[in-house]
Design a protein around this ligand. Sequence first.
Ligand code: MGD
Ligand code: MGD
Ligand code: MO
Length: 796
Amino acid sequence: MASKAPKNDIDESLITTGKPKTKAVGLPAVLNSLKISIDQMGPLRSAQTLLAVNQVKGFDCMGCAWPEGDKRHTAEFCENGAKAVAEEATRRTVPPEFFAEHSIADLMSHDEYWLGQQGRLTHPMLLDAGATHYRPVSWNEAYSVVVDELAALDSPDEAVFYTSGRTSNEAAFLYQLMVRGIGTNNLPDCSNMCHESSGSALVETLGIGKGTVSLHDVDTAPLIIVAGQNPGTNHPRMLTSLEKAKKNGGAIVAVNPLPEAGLLRFENPQNPLGLLGTRFGGGTSLADDFLQIRLGGDQALFRGLGKHLLEQEEATGTVFDHDFIAQHTLGLEDYLDSLRGTSWDEILEASGISKAEITKVGDRMIASPGTIVCWAMGLTQHKHSVATLRDVVNVLLLQGNVGKPGAGVCPVRGHSNVQGDRTMGIFERMPAAFHDALDQRFRFSSPRRHGFDTVAAIRSMRDGGAKVFMAMGGNFVRATPDSNVTDAALRNTRLTVQVSTKLNRSHLITGRRAVILPALGRTDRDTQAGGDQRVTVEDSMSAVHASTGRLKPASTEMRSEIEIVCQLADRLFARTDSPYTENAPQLDWISAQADYRVIREHISAVVPGFDDFEAKIDKPGGFVLPNGPRDSRTFTTATGKANFTANDLQYPKVPEGRLLLQTLRSHDQYNTTIYGKDDRYRGIHGGRRVVLVNAEDLADAGLADGDPVHLVSEWADGVERRAENFRAVTYPTPRGCAAAYYPETNVLVPLDSTADISGTPTSKSVILRLEKAVGTAAVQAEADEAVETSLEEVAR
Ligand SMILES: Nc1nc2c(c(=O)[nH]1)N[C@H]1C(S)=C(S)[C@@H](COP(=O)(O)OP(=O)(O)OC[C@H]3O[C@@H](n4cnc5c(=O)[nH]c(N)nc54)[C@H](O)[C@@H]3O)O[C@H]1N2
Ligand SMILES: Nc1nc2c(c(=O)[nH]1)N[C@H]1C(S)=C(S)[C@@H](COP(=O)(O)OP(=O)(O)OC[C@H]3O[C@@H](n4cnc5c(=O)[nH]c(N)nc54)[C@H](O)[C@@H]3O)O[C@H]1N2
Ligand SMILES: [Mo]
């Protein structure tokens, strides 16, 4: 039986801490995910779903965007994938009676964990102006509310349409078409807070905003640098690839302020020997070198690597790939000048890494026939992220490490279809060629002025510009920075519309009116007039494949995202009094809803690389989209070449007595969805309000391990942002650098503190002051420690 959802939030005073783990996965991971799966889904549904995840005819795992290999295990096992599946396929539900019982004020008193654990949303709900409770409405009434508010706007730019990254290609394509049909490009997405910096840097330098490696490249790479990423928790299946690379003789370099367990050592749960290995303390040791970098020191590190390559090139003449540089690149000399102009002293100061460690990795690069650099949020969420990533590209270009086997750039995406959503046009500033193709296919004229990204959308709502906010998935109010400002911005709107699977804070912090539209998820069977449907997704390596849900939906009142878009669009564009009929895209929305093959045909006519779409996804594993840099060293940049760039060296400078805080994920969460209150690999149990601090910094602040503290963020605007009642934990993070979990700390990230060019909030560099909290002495719970010990004993 599935267990009941928790009645109470877990008591934050029960936090226990232990030593960080030095290895990832193994038997405790299997046990943990089985427990969560059976809790949420019961044994039968657990078996059904876990056997279908990432199988050729099953559904695509919504856990992350790491690709699946060609040969699949019967249960391609991944602890956190299993947790993501259980979270969606749960048998717990949030029916209308739940909303009758709980007022908004009551729901507000619970934390994200409790909200998420209540189960799947089952019925369209409306919050009337001034009402204390949501009430159930028919789908017809819900659609009318949305259409009426949209039709009443003075300008289409007064509406904002957010997308999280789980939306299928088909739903995303129709959604952006509807939005552009209304006449706006206000299409912010989670990517604005995620890999936007990667896109900005890569489009400019390589001509494509995506990675240039295949899974095979990673599996066989001679050298992989993993910077600013915690794959053990966030992309566990990547560990299998890293293990393969090691077995093939490759080397791995981890660049991280924290000694993340998944980067250091891995026990493969796919491999019985891996499990057996646990008994003997085995597993594969992954990182050959671990560079414990200061937060934001990566541009300096890559500058140092470039400088070492240059010095060795000048000594030997054999380091650079001269043919590649001459044939395919521009701008080398300016870049080399930037290397010459940067002193080693500055590099060491900014990165906190010794010259010997940097030159050792540089020597690995020189000796290696190919190098891949993988990265995630540790590199993208700083003020100087775009410059940092340009410098990553620079170093790779020196040795021709793009478009050859086992080499390239690998931005590891977050949400499982965030890359596909972009390919489908979810972007506030798509290139002209996309608009042209869209206009031609649907015989209308799409707006060309740029729309709002996430931060701009918040500013506009705050200032009374945007009045209707719609979200295709996600949890906007908790994923975004400056929570207090964002909350007020949303409350300033006339209507908020959430297409969601699970209850979250964005259903509680609303406009004057609010609508919840309960959506089918990846695991759910999607039956339309034309029969059972499948959808498609694109992974981090540009492979597109089908995903088919098979579970019976938890209620007959849930609708697919595609149906919701089609029904809204049909009403918006068909109404005679609608301002949007005149320039409506020419599409029979109801036929598209009936049979998703119709949508795929439209996609193949508009988006390059999707010709013969339907046939290609019949093949197991789907197909790979064309990728100029990877396939043929073709670079569709402004210059037609791969561009070296010369960038000012930047790194965060922190005033005396302050720390730099990164906000990151624990092992038991999916972004704003909290699965539990443990962070097993980091040795934290039973609570999330912790701040990890270097022991000497803690001592300097007059604090001891376990002390209750308030977190205060200081920024240029002079506003003090506070997150109260945390517990200080000594942790092996570099001096001056601290870490705490997102989203509890989003209140500390200033809205206007964004990355240059990409506009991404600087979630990995918040200037922080620790304030000792008095009178809230924390309690040490031994019970949790006991749980941990017993799991480890089982493993042993
Ligand atoms: N289970 C699970 N899986 C997920 C998610 C989840 O929440 N849970 N989220 C998904 C999403 S949307 C995304 S974007 C990805 C996120 O995947 P990650 O980027 O791995 O997620 P974070 O927890 O933000 O971790 C950032 C890592 O970068 C390091 N870091 C921080 N600052 C710096 C820096 O300045 N330099 C360097 N070199 N390292 C730094 C941190 O110590 C940490 O190891 O995961 C995806 N997969
Ligand atoms: N401080 C700080 N802030 C950050 C980050 C950070 O590292 N630090 N990371 C940023 C990053 S990388 C990202 S990607 C964003 C994430 O931002 P979002 O994508 O907005 O947030 P999620 O928590 O992933 O959204 C979870 C909600 O999505 C809904 N959902 C889940 N599956 C589906 C589905 O299939 N369909 C629909 N319609 N709804 C669904 C559920 O209702 C669930 O509650 O947060 C960003 N914010
Ligand atoms: Mo993300």
